[in-house]
Design a protein around this ligand. Structure first.
Ligand code: HEM
Length: 410
């Protein structure tokens, strides 16, 4: 039954070209109507289920006992953890853990992301945005991803971790290589990713040792000194957390900044509203995150034979949650294909749902709010000017190059 239906239509949702060419939204809309739990066979003989409706993604996300995130069962990506990750001895991060272990590790990191701590970052985020925009202001044009969209989140994550700003481009390269396995611009070869993982591990360890000797007010110092349920954080677990924060905090915000600007340029009447009423921006940011859906999916593995929306799922099957599809589910969002910066109503699923709900959501929204407030105030006519190149990936919905132009500031 699985093979029949898929072969008939021949659609493989793991194929990164759907996302590189931005064709997935139409594809998902069609499948949601026809077969919302969709099977894609894979060459390794282990296919995967795609969960396409909002309500089914919520059901799966809220049931970690039946739908596990654990690395031992393959991890959070469509394809099981890579040979590189395993041979380099990387431990699982909290993203690939189930309760009760997950609660312990999340509890060690979450104090760094409280509303109060994030609020304290606002002034420095503002200063960073101002400096980035000052740099491009006289030119009237730039490559927006490298000049602005990528810079802000990497600077912020470097500050959070206590990494010197001059090392931030190394974090940037490592993060790209780790998520960019299908894009030759981001991961040049297996050797490249092996080297990146090794260098990043060595870098994280150096930082750990320095903070052991001289703790500061940063996240690494907090992890060095943390304890939960009578347990401290082991060095391998710290590596995993460091890697997770660099990737999660970097790719997602970058791609929402660039994808958000692209959307505002495609819908000039929506941009006008934000230029004329900047107070709308904090709410509009939620629509940008829905629209962009910067992480396309996360994955679970079924721990028992079960049923989901009438579809039998066998123990050990991979179950992939497509957030981009849920965020355009017509059952939940009124006119989902309408980009509306004043949209209220149901929460998008870009930050996930349930116990793994994004720990960095406040930090993400704050960066996006400050950035769009300043960008639209200073360059209300900024728009893409030249080809927009998307990342080839089934995991991040990203833009790697977007030239822009605007009226320069005197
Ligand atoms: C627009 C920006 C962002 C999006 C769309 C996003 C999305 C997500 C999603 C979907 C998950 C849940 C994964 C799952 O259920 O398996 C997640 C988890 C996580 N995110 Fe984010 N994220 C963003 C920004 C950030 C930032 C800025 C940080 C921190 C610097 C961060 C840190 C984390 C962490 C630590 C987790 C793991 C939580 C857990 O497993 O309990 N994220 N994020």
């Amino acid at each position: 039954m699985r093979a029949e239906s898929t072969e008939a239509l021949g659609i493989d949702l793991a194929d990164p070209r759907h996302y590189e060419h931005d064709a997935a939204r139409n594809l998902f809309a069609r499948l949601r109507g026809e077969r919302p739990i969709w099977w894609s066979p894979q060459a390794d003989g282990r296919g995967f289920w795609s969960v396409l409706r909002y309500r089914d993604i919520v059901t799966v996300s809220k049931n970690p006992r039946l739908f596990s995130s654990a690395r031992g069962l393959g991890g959070h990506r469509i394809h099981d953890e890579t040979e590189v990750e395993i041979t380099q001895g990387l431990e699982a991060s909290m993203l690939s853990m189930d309760p009760p272990e997950h609660n312990t590790y999340r509890g060690m990191v979450s104090p760094a992301f409280t509303a109060e701590r994030i609020r304290r970052l606002e002034a420095s985020i503002h200063a960073r945005v101002t400096a980035l925009l000052d740099r491009i202001a006289p030119s009237g044009g730039c490559e927006f991803v490298s000049s602005v969209a990528a810079e802000l989140p990497i600077q912020v994550i470097a500050e959070l971790l206590g990494v010197p700003q001059e090392d931030r481009l190394r974090l940037f390269e490592w993060s790209n290589a780790l998520v960019g396995e299908d894009d030759p611009d981001m991961r040049r070869s297996e050797e490249h990713i092996r080297q990146c993982t090794k260098d990043m591990g060595a870098y994280a360890l150096k930082l750990w040792r320095e903070r052991l000797r001289r703790p500061g007010d940063d996240l690494v110092s907090m992890l060095v000194g943390t304890e939960a349920d009578g347990e401290g954080m082991s060095v391998p677990r710290y590596f995993a957390t460091f890697f997770l924060l660099v990737i999660a905090g970097n790719e997602s915000v970058r791609n929402t900044i660039s994808g958000g600007l692209l959307a505002l340029s495609q819908y000039p009447e929506q941009r006008r509203k934000l230029v004329e009423q900047p107070a709308l921006i904090p709410q509009a940011v939620k629509e940008l995150v829905r629209w962009v859906s910067p992480f396309l999916h996360m994955r679970r593995t079924a721990t028992e034979d079960t049923e989901l929306a009438g579809q039998h799922i066998a123990r050990g099957d991979k179950v992939v949650l497509w957030y981009l599809s849920a965020n355009f589910d017509e059952e939940v969002f009124e006119q989902p294909e309408r980009f509306d910066v004043t949209r209220t109503g149901p929460q998008h699923l870009s930050f996930g749902q349930g116990q793994h709900f994004c720990l960095g959501w406040r930090l993400a929204e704050l960066q996006l709010t400050v950035l769009f407030q300043e960008l639209l105030r200073r360059f209300p006519d900024i728009e893409p000017h030249g080809p927009v190149r998307r990342v080839r990936s089934n995991f991040v919905r990203g833009i790697k190059e977007m030239p822009v132009r605007f009226t320069p500031e005197r």
